[in-house]
Design a protein around this ligand. Structure first.
Ligand code: IVH
Length: 669
């Protein structure tokens, strides 16, 4: 192969790395997304033509390799400790006092940093190339997540100097906006949302499929260089400067402080700006700057003595936990909920707050009787954010999740790779109740006038059971119930009757099949045309549908596959609830079937014309860019949709490329 090709490949990599750094680390991009994509595509094409030129540190390797069966365990060269906490100025002074005693003198300088609320990760670079990324694990042994770490754009795959060995530690986190988007998408897709950005980051970095990890848009801040060969540092601050020079995003805002008074200034300043940061912090970290002094004071079994965390008081209000109950949701997921002494929080009285799942309860170690802070999350659902260690009485016991479903006593199960415990019993009264709530709710059949309270009453009276039984309700029996009257009974019966004509996707989404939210329901409805056809489809057939993967397919098959599922379809049909849609042609017939386009910016023809032409070819044209978008077509002056496409790694076409694609598919422009 010619030297020219090799030189071009190297030049492209340099250029791409520079732009990645400008975009993801410095947040000052110099070129647009189209131009960036073009560089990456040129590099990819050259590497495909010359596979021997592919290197582990090439920017093309960020897309994520093949899924792995498990995450191998790796022993850390030096244990990954945690930090001792302090909560006020006095406790920080005490830490400094211990340092002074250990050194026999005043430390020569301090560094104050933000304490990023994510999960720690150790990166090992060998001869300048990222060789291994390992989670903290139990501190001694962690898990090898190298494939996932490669997809994190704010950490370099290669260092500029080919040093024999460098270990970098830092925090993997999810920026708040990315977290919100991720949870929105999960809800849409019928999946359980993550409790908070830290939880989401912890789950994402341990995924078995690096491609999926790449879609999560994790970010990384480096905060320590615990090992090196071929270079050396005398001070922690030097290491931070070098990390930045190597291309890492470094814990922002870090500051050298000569005195504790300066540290307090740092803490107060960032405490006030905390809410405006694009990521969560839970405090500050104060470290000795001189690495020799760090070595001299050493570490206990758990904490280094050369650093201490200062924890900000959590946002929200304090109150007491009266009890912890466990609710069973419509998918059978068990959610622990704290019952609180009522407290006024952002304008409303709060008496209950979610504790999300067993992992979160264990992390918070919240117990009945504890004093806790509650705050409203981004989704306005009150959550317990922290326990006040001072408020705990003697004799309190850690809370344990039940081993049996609190509603039906079936032993609960925890599925592989999931945090939620579930009641596996489909007949569980709590699951059936929640299913029915969901069936009539806005995200389901949207039956006006049938709120939770009424459904509850109907269930208690034994008038309804499964969703189909709603159509058996009659006016007289309803009108005779306590608090009902002729008019309300008539209205509800009419609303239920009218719901027979809801579109098929609504009926499907209303059934509450796991992973089948609005999006999946819509594609299944338009491909199969009737509930019976969907219920009768084999997993393989379902997976043929664009956007339906093995997880959704298996869930649909499990729902309809047994006698109860089949009976539900039959019972609905017998009651005239059997919406049909014209089934879309199978993927092979329409040339663009299964593809979803988003158009943005100005094109040479009116956008509606381009959209009509694409739809004529069987494609879907939508307004919002999501992970499911096949292509974003960007014209002149494309804006935020283009940026979002890039964030989600959705391929971007300009008009010329679109024409080329259409020509290949035989669609006339
Ligand atoms: S230094 C003891 N610096 O906080 C190991 N840690 O609560 C030295 N963390 O496990 C850690 N921001 O994951 C350090 N600027 C920062 C940090 C930080 C977040 C995490 C880290 C550690 C945990 C301890």
């Amino acid at each position: 192969m010619s030297d020219a090709v090799r030189a071009r490949v190297e030049a492209l990599r340099r250029e791409i790395r520079r732009h990645e750094h400008l975009y993801y680390v410095v947040a000052k991009p110099e070129i647009g997304d189209l131009e960036f994509d073009r560089l990456l595509r040129e590099l990819r094409a050259l590497e495909e033509a010359h596979p021997d030129l592919v290197t582990r540190d090439s920017p093309t390797q960020r897309v994520g390799g093949a899924p792995v069966a498990d995450l191998p365990q790796v022993r850390h060269a030096a244990p990954m400790l945690s930090l001792d906490n302090s909560y006020n100025e006095g406790e920080l002074e005490e830490w400094l006092g211990r340092v002074r005693r250990g050194l026999g003198r005043e430390p020569s300088g301090l560094v104050a940093e933000l304490k990023i609320d994510g999960v720690s990760l150790s990166l090992t670079y060998e001869r300048g190339v990222l060789a291994r990324a390992v989670t903290r694990g139990n501190g001694e042994v962690g898990e090898d997540v190298t494939g996932n770490a490669r997809t994190v754009r704010s950490l370099p795959l290669a260092l500029p100097d080919a040093l024999p060995l460098v270990e970098v530690r830092g925090e993997v986190y999810l920026p708040r906006e990315v977290f919100k988007g991720l949870n929105r998408a999960r809800k849409e897709e019928g999946e359980d949302p993550f409790a908070n950005p830290r939880n989401a980051a912890a789950g994402s970095i341990r995924l078995l499929d690096p491609r999926e990890c790449g879609r999560r848009r994790l970010a990384f801040f480096a905060y320590q260089v615990p090992r090196w060969e071929g270079t050396s540092f005398a001070r922690h601050s030097e290491a931070l400067e070098r990390l930045a020079a190597w291309g890492f995003a470094v814990n922002p805002g870090w500051r050298r402080c000569a005195t504790m008074a300066e540290v307090h200034g740092f803490i107060a300043e960032w405490g006030a700006r905390r809410a405006d940061l694009p990521f969560d912090i839970d405090g500050a970290v104060v470290k000795l700057d001189d690495l020799e002094e760090q070595r001299l004071v050493g570490a206990t079994a758990k904490f280094p003595r050369w650093a201490v965390a200062y924890k900000y008081p959590p946002p929200g209000e304090r109150t007491r936990v009266r009890g912890i109950v466990v609710q069973v949701g419509r998918t059978g997921a068990l959610t622990p909920v704290a019952e609180l002494e009522p407290v006024l929080l952002a304008g409303s009285t709060v008496a209950r707050a979610t504790l999300h799942n067993a992992d979160e309860v264990a992390r918070l170690d919240v117990r009945v009787g504890d004093v806790v802070w509650v705050a409203k999350g981004g989704d306005v659902i009150p959550k317990v954010v922290a326990v006040d260690p001072e408020g705990r009485g003697p004799g309190s016991e850690p809370f344990r999740m039940p081993e049996r479903c609190p509603a039906c006593a079936t032993p609960v199960v925890r599925e592989e790779g999931e945090v939620a415990l579930r009641c596996p019993n489909r007949e569980c009264p709590a699951v059936r109740r929640q299913r029915l709530f969901h069936f009539v709710a806005r995200a389901g059949m949207d039956i006006e006038g049938l709120g939770k309270r009424l459904v509850e009453q109907l269930l208690n009276e034994g008038l309804v059971g499964d969703p189909a039984s709603l159509w058996d309700l009659d006016r007289e029996r309803l009108a005779a119930l306590p608090h009902w009257g002729e008019t309300s009974a008539e209205n509800v019966v009419n609303e239920i009757a009218a719901a027979r004509t809801r579109p098929l996707w609504r009926l499907l989404a209303a059934l509450g099949i796991r992973h089948v939210g609005e999006r999946a329901a819509k594609v299944l409805a338009s491909r199969f045309g009737s509930l019976a056809a969907i219920a009768g489809a084999a997993a393989g057939e379902l997976e043929q549908v664009e956007g339906i993967g093995p997880v959704i397919a298996a869930s649909v098959v499990a729902f309809f596959g047994d006698e109860e599922g089949a009976a539900l379809v039959r019972r609905l049909r017998e009651r005239g609830v059997d919406p049909h849609e014209e089934a879309a042609p199978a993927a092979a017939r329409a040339p663009l079937a299964g593809l979803t386009f988003v158009l943005t910016g100005s094109l040479s023809r009116p956008r509606e014309d381009v959209a009509a032409m694409l739809e004529g070819g069987g494609a879907r044209v939508t307004d919002a860019v999501s992970r499911r978008t096949s292509y974003v077509v960007a014209g002149e002056d494309a804006g935020s949709k283009l940026a979002r496409a890039r964030d989600l790694s959705v391929p971007v076409l300009d008009e010329v490329e679109l024409r080329r694609l259409l020509a290949e598919k035989g669609v006339e422009w």
